[in-house]
Ligand binder design. Structure first.
Ligand SMILES: NC(=O)c1ccc[n+]([C@@H]2O[C@H](COP(=O)([O-])OP(=O)(O)OC[C@H]3O[C@@H](n4cnc5c(N)ncnc54)[C@H](O)[C@@H]3O)[C@@H](O)[C@H]2O)c1
Length: 249
């Protein structure tokens, strides 16, 4: 359990997946600081021996100040961007403010964090950035245009950035989770049940029959992929998207 001994990590988002990502990085030896704009979310990880900081990732000045502060004592080597929102609605129904918020948090927030830490990591000798996209970043879905657009954007940002910062010893990769047992997935399945006039149980059954392993993804499955990409086990991997879906087809 020492894959990340001596490393310092910042994780944005302390939700159902982000909190487990932070915990797993910590278990593998990293000193972890978790950022979230919600005190309630931060409370989930506070007891686990990790530092927490109230940061809105859409606030560029706040992100830059927090990043400099986090790296002041010693270089930050790992950044995992998990903070996100999910807003549903058809093109006509979705409030344009929800479209904007989705892009602000899920894409611009990731960009601000990458921008702040890439500069600091370059000065500190390198590092690994892991951005959480989604299966929705690999293929579009009805009533989910804003989310999918933001998650496709994360993959484009990741590939471009990887080519820019590789020479500074920084790797940048994406993890694309499928249907993860979480509140976000429960909300998504409820949305699908309403759309298709069926039950949540039926939606889940349909997902599982299209999944090779026949089960939902667990937050720990995503966290283990993040640990792999954060560690030296993946030292020659950059600009890639790793799907953690249980083999969805
Ligand atoms: N849950 C799933 O089924 C699923 C599937 C595919 C991809 N993902 C992705 O995995 C990641 C983690 O998902 P999750 O299930 O933990 O989500 P979640 O909703 O449980 O947690 C998201 C966290 O981000 C925080 N956040 C929102 N806006 C913020 C802002 N402006 N600044 C800082 N923090 C902010 C929220 O407070 C929350 O704690 C997300 O990027 C999500 O899109 C999730």
């Amino acid at each position: 359990m020492s894959l990340l001994r001596g490393r310092r990590a910042v994780v944005t988002g302390a939700g159902d997946i982000g909190s487990v990502v932070a915990q797993r990085l910590h278990e593998h030896g990293a000193a972890v600081e978790v950022w979230d704009s919600s005190q309630a979310s931060l409370a989930r990880v506070e007891a686990g021996g990790m530092d927490v900081r109230l940061v809105d990732v859409t606030d560029r000045d706040a992100v830059e100040a927090a990043a400099e502060d986090a790296a002041a004592a010693a270089p930050v080597n790992v950044l995992a961007n998990t903070a996100a929102v999910a807003r549903f609605g058809s093109l006509a129904e979705l409030d344009p403010d929800d479209w904007q918020e989705t892009l602000d948090v899920n894409l611009t927030g990731v960009y601000f964090c990458c921008r702040a830490f890439a500069t600091l990591m370059a000065a500190g000798g390198g590092g690994s950035i892991v951005n959480i996209s989604s299966i929705g970043g690999l293929r579009g879905e009805a009533d989910f245009a804003a989310y999918c657009a933001s998650k496709f954007g994360v993959i484009g940002l990741t590939q471009s950035l990887a080519r820019e910062v590789g020479a500074s010893g920084i790797r940048v990769n994406t993890v694309c989770p499928g249907a993860v047992e979480s509140q976000m997935n429960t909300d998504t399945m409820a949305r699908d049940a309403r759309r298709y006039g069926t039950t949540v149980e039926d939606v889940e059954r349909r997902i599982l029959t299209r999944t090779a392993l026949g089960r939902l993804v667990q937050p720990a499955d995503v966290a283990d992929a993040v640990v792999f990409l954060a560690s030296d086990l993946s030292s020659c991997i950059t600009g890639e998207s790793l799907a953690v879906t249980g083999g969805i087809f």
